[in-house]
Structures are given as structure tokens and as C-alpha cells.
Design a protein around this ligand. Structure first.
Ligand code: CA
Length: 362
């Protein structure tokens, strides 16, 4: 049977065939994608887990339901720190966490989350979107089949909850503190004993004196953990996490299998959430700090300047030691340091001076 006869027989004219061909991209555009996202956070954790739910909702709305992401808290589908592996292998399409969790995979990952005495939220945002920060992050994650996107920052964290006063750097000697990451390495260098505890065990350990101190996030999350009932002093600033950046990351194959417009929707939703996350931390931390001080009578104390400058020296040593662990870490550290210097130079005559001039009067 000739093609034309066949088409006549099945009732399709040439016009209809041409229309079907033209509509092929439209058919692809109507394809629905169902993804899973796993996170490192406990269920319902304000801003962090809530933010992932928000991201999924926004992607769903912007794509008119073409891309739907189901979000699972840490441990619901894979262990809380299992996301990197699962998304890398492609069993899960995407995840959220903080990139310093993956230091064991590649030391360079730590620079994209928090560096003690490193950049704050504003500096990080500038490095990612105005400098080569995101490009280097993509390069760091590429060998793992992952595409990262910045997820917003916690802002400057708090220094932590202490049952012993820190008057000199020597007060860290023998101090048992729960403090992960590069900050923990600095405390260890100062003579402290670093204890790693899952979130659920911190309060009891602090209350029973198993640890002398702990850091967590900032007023909003610390208030929720009830640490004011277990420790006397609330120190600031969080020199160890001066602007911890969160992350979303995607399996490369899954991301690239999306039509271009859906890729743009994913990117736009991530960036929108990046901004949203920072506004939540800034607005809610202020109110939580007022509650801690006024209602729970918490003593909020600044680390002495001499302690901060001693910690800073140790932090630089730790950073250079970590940078020497891989070529990628070395490359990222160089970019970070260069950008930090420039962005701080500007910040020191703009934001810093302005903040000082608007400090609330006692
Ligand atoms: Ca922290």
C-alpha cells in the first residue's frame, strides 16, 4: 500500500500529519515529571524543611503541574546524610542540605557552605552569582553527576550555648563542645574536645553535663530546641558559621532530561527560594532573640575580641590544611580568599559602618 492510500484509509490527510509533526514539541511540553527530593532536615523544621516544601510547591505552580516534586525529610526515604549518594546515583532526582556535609567526598565542598571567619550571606551571594563561586561549585559537583544551586543562607549564626564562660582562648582547653565541620577543627586546635551528636541528643547532653557547650543555628532554631533551659550563656557571633549557605542539588541526567523551560523554572524557583530563605531567617531570628532575652532572661554575651582574634588565627591554619587536601579545594580556597578580600573591602566602608551608625541605643 502506498503511503498516500494508507493515510486516506486511516482517515489522515497530509495536513493532519504535518500538524502532528508540528505538535511533537507540544506533546513533549505536556509530559509530566514526578520527582523526589530528600533532605538532611527533620520533618517540619522551620525555614529549612519548610523551604524545601515551598520550593516544590513553586515548581509545581510555575510549571502548571508538569514537574511535581515530592519532598521527604531526613530519614524518611534515605538516611539524613544519604542524599548525596542517592542523587549522585540517580535513585533520587534531587536533595537539599548544606555542602559541608559532603567534606568526606571532596574537601572542596566545605567552602560553599561555611568557612570560619569567611564570607557572610551577602558575600556568598555575590560570589555565587556575581563571581565564579557557583561555577566552581558546579565543577566540584560534576564528578558526582550533580548540579548544585544555592539555597539561601542562615545569616550569621550564634556562637553557641555555654555553661562555662569564655574569657580567654585557654578556656577552650578541655571544653567539651558539640560543634561540627571546620569550626569543630578550630575548637579542637584550641584544646577543646569536639563531640558529634545528632540533633535529638544535644539538649540532654548539655543538661546532664556530658557536654559543656553546643552550637546549633540562631535564635529561631535554638529557641525551639529549648537550650536556654540547659545552658547559662548564649555567645555571639557565630565566627564558625558566619553565613552558612544551604543548597539544592539535582541529578545531572534528570535535570538535563527536562525540557529547557522546565530547567529554567527549576533554576528560577531555587533563586526565589534563596531570597525567601534569607528573609525568613532575618525576620524570625530578631523576634526569637527578643523572646530569649525578655521572656527567658538569657544572658547574651559577645566573645572577647582577644578570643576572636586567637580563633581566627587557628581558623586560617585549619583552612589551609583543608585546602591542601585536594586540587579542587586548593582552587576553590584561592577564589574564595580573593573574593572575600574584595567584597570585605567594600563592606567595611559600607554595610559595616552603616550598621554601627544605626546600632540601637541602650
Ligand atoms: Ca551551626
Amino acid at each position: 500500500m502506498k503511503r498516500r492510500d494508507f493515510l486516506k484509509k486511516v482517515g489522515l490527510g497530509t495536513a493532519a500529519v504535518a500538524a502532528a509533526a508540528i505538535n511533537a514539541p507540544a506533546v513533549l511540553a505536556q509530559q509530566k515529571y514526578r520527582w523526589k527530593m530528600v533532605t538532611t532536615w527533620p520533618p517540619k523544621l522551620p525555614v529549612l524543611q519548610d523551604g524545601c516544601e515551598r520550593l516544590a510547591q513553586r515548581v509545581n505552580e510555575m510549571s502548571d503541574g508538569r514537574l511535581q516534586i515530592q519532598v521527604f525529610a531526613g530519614g524518611e526515604l534515605v538516611p539524613p546524610l544519604g542524599g548525596f549518594e542517592a542523587v549522585s546515583q540517580g535513585t533520587i532526582e534531587c536533595a537539599s542540605g548544606a555542602s559541608y556535609y559532603w567534606a568526606g567526598k571532596e574537601p572542596a565542598t566545605q567552602w560553599f557552605a561555611a568557612v570560619p571567619f569567611g564570607m557572610n550571606a551577602q558575600g556568598y551571594g555575590a560570589w555565587f552569582h556575581g563571581g565564579d563561586g557557583l561555577k566552581l561549585w558546579e565543577e566540584t559537583y560534576a564528578p558526582f553527576n550533580l548540579i548544585p544551586r544555592p539555597g539561601g543562607s542562615t545569616g550569621v549564626q550564634m556562637g553557641g550555648w555555654f555553661n562555662k564562660k569564655i574569657n580567654t582562648i585557654d578556656d577552650y582547653k578541655g571544653l567539651k563542645m558539640r560543634i561540627p565541620g571546620l569550626g569543630g577543627k578550630v575548637v579542637a586546635k584550641a584544646g577543646g574536645t569536639v563531640v558529634l551528636l545528632p540533633g535529638g541528643e544535644i539538649f540532654t547532653s548539655l543538661e546532664r553535663g556530658v557536654i559543656d557547650a553546643t552550637e546549633w543555628v540562631g535564635p529561631l532554631h535554638d529557641l525551639r530546641m529549648g537550650f536556654y533551659q540547659a545552658a547559662k550563656y548564649y555567645y555571639y557571633p557565630g565566627w564558625h558559621e558566619p553565613g552558612t549557605y544551604l543548597e539544592y542539588f539535582f541529578n545531572k541526567k534528570a535535570y538535563e532530561s527536562l525540557p529547557k523551560d522546565l530547567q529554567h523554572i527549576v533554576d528560577a524557583a531555587c533563586m526565589e527560594n534563596e531570597q525567601w530563605t534569607m528573609t525568613q531567617f532575618d525576620s524570625l531570628n530578631g523576634a526569637a532573640l527578643e523572646t530569649l532575652i525578655n521572656k527567658h532572661k538569657v544572658q547574651v554575651i559577645k566573645f572577647p575580641d582577644e578570643v576572636l582574634s586567637a580563633l581566627r588565627k587557628l581558623a586560617e591554619e585549619v583552612r589551609e590544611e583543608e585546602a591542601a587536601k585536594s586540587p579542587m579545594a586548593k582552587k576553590v580556597n584561592e577564589s574564595f580568599k580573593k573574593f572575600h578580600k574584595t567584597v570585605s573591602g567594600w563592606g567595611s566602608i559600607s554595610e559595616k559602618v552603616y550598621y554601627e551608625s544605626i546600632a540601637p541605643q541602650a
